[in-house]
Design a protein around this ligand. Structure first.
Ligand code: NAD
Ligand code: IPM
Ligand code: MN
Length: 344
């Protein structure tokens, strides 16, 4: 039985990198995925006033997984509208509370740090925290204006993401870095530290370190090899994973999985990067992050052998120096090299 996948290519480079990933899937395992493509994007918003139809979430619920390219066309639609109309509601509606983002160098890629020995798994809380959407503005446009954005941290939300992080650490090098800013934020982040300590009693084999987000940002640059699993809140995780992308060679390499570990609804797979309007029509978007996200989706769907073959093809491609330097190869050249590596 094929897996039913909802494709949302989105805007800008989301479209070509989704095409690339699907071409790779079709070559690696013909018929394994049955895809239905939804044209939900900023263009749709301009035409209909909505990023997705009113029953969009219900439509997605029937699929085994969602694959998203990227959303956003800030010149035409404010990001606060486009992202709150599609990406963020999907993560929340399907309780995709664990956003998993691996950071390591593929063979042949020379990152800015010129270190090859790091292997970090960032686990970003994906449904609450600083992205709760609670807040408001008063006295708008006046000298007395006040804007409030409330970060909400629930025990259930903090516990489940940290537990997921501990479980991941048990399958890896058994090190967990818990990220807060508890020196400045005395409610939510002190609470996060307490929950980390409580859970660490359940996972005595895992070595836990507590970092402030500023300090771990520096550590990711200076000594990334000292980190294994990194668990962070929604906003801190967002920022640290663009940093993670940078040390692995650029945004074109960073993959992600938005997972509901309880598997009640579909999980969503997407590159970390956005729609990149600055290069959108140049044909040079790196599809590796999207193809790696496909690998994560196949693993999630229980297709480990196909996932491993595609990952090996990606590594063979970069090992030949293809796709390793931003702008050096076109999207089509990189995709063709991955397809050829699958045949080898
Ligand atoms: P971005 O990730 O789109 O681009 C940042 C920089 O990285 C740009 O210089 C871009 O050219 C480069 N880049 C990104 N992906 C690349 C790739 N695959 N190959 C080569 N270079 C790549 O971030 P941004 O410019 O802040 O955001 C652009 C739009 O995308 C905004 O509307 C933003 O809100 C949206 N966005 C969407 C998602 C998503 O849908 N998941 C994620 C991030 C940003
Ligand atoms: C990401 C993106 C999104 C986020 C934006 C586009 C809302 O930056 O997936 O990393 O902040 O979660
Ligand atoms: Mn981001």
């Amino acid at each position: 039985m094929p897996h039913r996948i909802a494709l949302i290519p989105g805007d800008g480079i989301g479209v070509p990198v989704t095409d690339a990933a699907m071409a790779v899937a079709a070559k690696a395992a013909p018929g394994l995925l049955e895809t239905v493509s939804f044209p939900w994007s900023c263009q749709t918003y301009l035409e209909t006033g909505r990023m997705m139809p009113e029953d969009g979430i219900e439509t997605l619920r029937g699929f085994d997984a969602i694959f998203l390219g990227a959303v956003g066309w800030p010149a035409k639609v404010p990001d606060s509208v486009s992202l709150h109309g599609l990406l963020l509601p999907i993560r929340k509606a399907f309780v995709q509370y664990a956003n998993i983002r691996p950071h390591r160098l593929l063979p042949g890629v020379v990152g800015p740090l010129r270190k090859e020995d790091f292997d970090i798994l960032c686990i970003r809380e994906n449904t609450e925290g600083e992205y709760s959407g609670a807040g408001g503005r008063v006295h708008q446009g006046t000298a007395d204006e006040v804007a409030v954005e409330t970060a909400i941290f629930t025990r259930a939300g903090v516990e489940r993401i940290l537990r997921f992080g501990f479980e991941q650490a048990m399958t890896r090098r058994r090190k967990l870095a818990s990220v807060t800013k508890s020196n400045a934020q005395k409610y939510s982040m002190v609470f996060w530290d307490e929950v980390t300590r409580e859970l660490s009693a359940e996972f005595p084999e895992v070595e836990v370190s507590h970092y402030h987000v500023d300090a771990i940002a520096a550590r990711m640059v200076m000594a990334p090899e000292t980190l294994d699993v990194v668990v962070a809140s929604n906003l801190f995780g967002d920022i640290l994973t663009d940093l993670g992308a940078a040390i692995q060679g650029g945004l074109g390499f960073a993959a992600s999985a938005n997972i509901d570990p309880t598997r009640k609804g579909p999980s969503m797979f997407e590159p970390v990067h956005g729609s990149a309007p600055d290069i959108a029509h140049l044909g040079v978007a790196n599809p590796i992050a999207a193809i790696w996200s496909l690998v994560m989706m196949l693993d999630h769907l229980g297709e480990a052998a196909t996932a491993a073959r595609i990952m090996a093809a990606l590594e063979a491609t970069t090992a030949q120096g293809i796709g390793t330097v931003p702008g050096k190869n076109t999207t089509d050249e990189i995709t063709a090299a991955v397809l050829a590596a699958l045949e080898a």
